[in-house]
Every structure is written in C-alpha cells, then in structure tokens.
Write a protein that binds this ligand. Sequence first.
Ligand SMILES: *Cc1c(COP(=O)(O)O)cnc(C)c1O
Length: 394
Amino acid sequence: MSQYQVDSRGYYGPFGGAYVPEMLYPNVEELQNEYQNIIQDPSFREDFIKLLKDYVGRPSPLYLANRLSEKYGARIFLKREDLNHTGAHKINNTIGQILLAERLGKKRIIAETGAGQHGVATATVCALKGLECVVYMGEIDIERQAPNVARMKMMGATVVPATSGSKTLKDATNEALRDWINNPVDTHYIIGSVVGPHPYPDMVARFQSIISEETRKQLVEQTGSSHADHVIACVGGGSNAAGMFYHFLDDEAVNLIAVEAAGHGVNSGESAATTALGREGVLHGSRSILMQTEDGQVIEPYSISAGLDYPGIGPQHAWLFKSGRGTFVSATDDEAMQAGLLLTKLEGIIPAIESAHALAHLEKMTFKGDETVVVCLSGRGDKDLDNYMKYFGF
Ligand SMILES: *Cc1c(COP(=O)(O)O)cnc(C)c1O
C-alpha cells in the first residue's frame, strides 16, 4: 500500500477523513462501504472503459510538442485532456460516478458548480443515462456563466440558484448538502474534484487516474520508457493533478509539480495560492490545507481562471505538500495568460486558462539535456475566449 494513498480510515497522513454533520452519516457510510467493491468489479471497469472510449474519445493523445520543446530545451509532452468530449478532464469523474450511482440504485443526481464546468459534465452524464439532475449554483455565478447554464438546461438539468451568503460556490455546496440530507435514499451527490469527505477524494482520484495510466503506456510507445523526469499539472481542488500523478506517486525519481493560481500575486490579497498562504483546517468535509483568517474564516480566493478559484486543495495534495513528495508552486494571472498565448502561437492549441498555469511553470524551470516532461493539458480554451479577448485586446 502506497504511503501516498488513502489509508483504511480515509486519511492521507494527517489529512482527509469525513467531517460531516451527523445527518449525513448514513449517505457517506453507504459510499464508504460500497465504493471499492463496486469500482473494482471487472464489469464496472469494462463499462467505464467502454464509455471513456466510445463517448469521451479516450485514450487522449500524448502529444510531443516539438516547437515548445525546442524553446525550453526539454522533451515536452502534452496529455491532451482538452480533446475529451465536453472539453476537459472533468468528464472522466462524472462518467465514473454515474456508473457508481446506477449500481447503488440511485435515481436522482445532485451536484454543485462554481463556473459551471462540473455542472455541465454532470448534466451530460445524466442525459446519457436518463437520470434526473439537479445542479446547485450561486445566483451570481448563474449571471456570470450564462452559456454553461444554457448547456445544463439543454441537457435537461434543473439549475437551482443558491441565494444565501456570497451567492457563489460555497453557498451552492451548502444547498447541495442540504438536499442530500433530505433525500438520502434515492439521490447520489457527484462532487467535482478530489475534495469532500472520505471516500470522495480517493474515488475521484481513481476515476481520474486513467490520465496517468494512459500516459505511462504512451511514454513507452514514444520514448521506450514509462519514465518522466517532471510531471506538471495545475491545481484547483486537484483532480486533474491527482489523476496525472497517480501512477507516478511511488516512482520517487519523478518530480511531481503542482501549480496553484497566484492571481495578482501571492501576497496581493487576491490569489488562490493555497499552500503558500494556507494553514491546516477542515473544509468541505475533510481535513486539509486552506486559506483562512487568524480566527478560521475561509478567505475568498481569486484567480482569472474560474476553475482554480478555490480556497483549499484536496487532502492527498496537502499530504504530498507536507511530506515533500510534491513540489507546490504558483503562477500569476499574467504568467498564465502569456503561457496560454505562447502555446497557441507555437503549437496551434488554445489551452484553458487553468491549464495555462501549468504551462507557465516551464518558464521558471531549467533543464539539463534531454529531460522528459509531461504537462497535463486539463482543458481547451474555447470557454475562455472572452477572457483572452479582454486581456490581449483581440
Ligand atoms: C475545473 C478545472 C480545473 C481545476 O480542477 P481540478 O480539480 O484542480 O483539476 C482545471 N482545469 C480545467 C480545464 C478545469 O475545467
């Protein structure tokens, strides 16, 4: 058993666990008791892989970015999660969870969403399976993210505005939890990243681990070895990074680099650089590292990319940080935007601004000779065109 994977109590070192109100115990315990048996069943694996292939379009290519490699003096591969159906890695998780919900006999799906990307990925698999879908979304986010709200509605989901507090993700999460407490028998709650009470962080990491499973095979085909010197991914809650790191965790020769969003600068008061600024505490049902005030109030995060705008990281990442297994760095809005434009000009690929944070770190690295680097291109930039246009004045 890897020291970097969840233990039988639901912990990664001191992080993780399930800190939920008593009224949620039955729901969470049902999942804790059932998830491993279901996921490890060969017929589950068969259904999961088949949908990933025929519906999502996997395996996603591992692309040797020649001009980018030339610029930085290393062999740089991009893991093309941007080519997945719906445009990012999030669908890997929602496919896994909808199959799990079916096997648990659940008829109704709920989810929370911030910018709407996870809401869309959830509404998509509910349409695929003909299941009722309710997505909680902050009232302010609903106004800001009209195209994603339209996508969810087209797919038959009900989008419920969260009208309390700051009317954003935190409040949507509270509403979703309230719904789950009131509907414990027929409803499954699909969480969108490697956060939340045990078993969610482990469950989501397992579904996303297809990313590194494919990558290692593809490296063998293209380089003759499954080894990479550096593996880089951006971190919001941490699901694309968890999937990208998964099959490299016990290979200590592989440098695992997690890039957080520094917004206007780590010390600007407007950032989402959790490990640089945060302290240990409990957020959304698990013990981890989060940005908080002296007296434990969660600090509102900021990033130009909606997907990285989260005040914590998942418990496994907190453990990778604390144990030193992972290298945690950050990139500012400006660095990410420049990196996004650079990839577009050199390779003809417009990345999601989240993914551009991972690319931005290449600029700060020095390579000796022929090192192999894999960058997780977590999503495509179509959804970010408005932001690119405003920033660069196109
Ligand atoms: C949501 C999102 C992220 C951030 O979420 P993680 O759970 O940290 O992976 C990163 N990239 C894209 C394209 C996203 O949509």
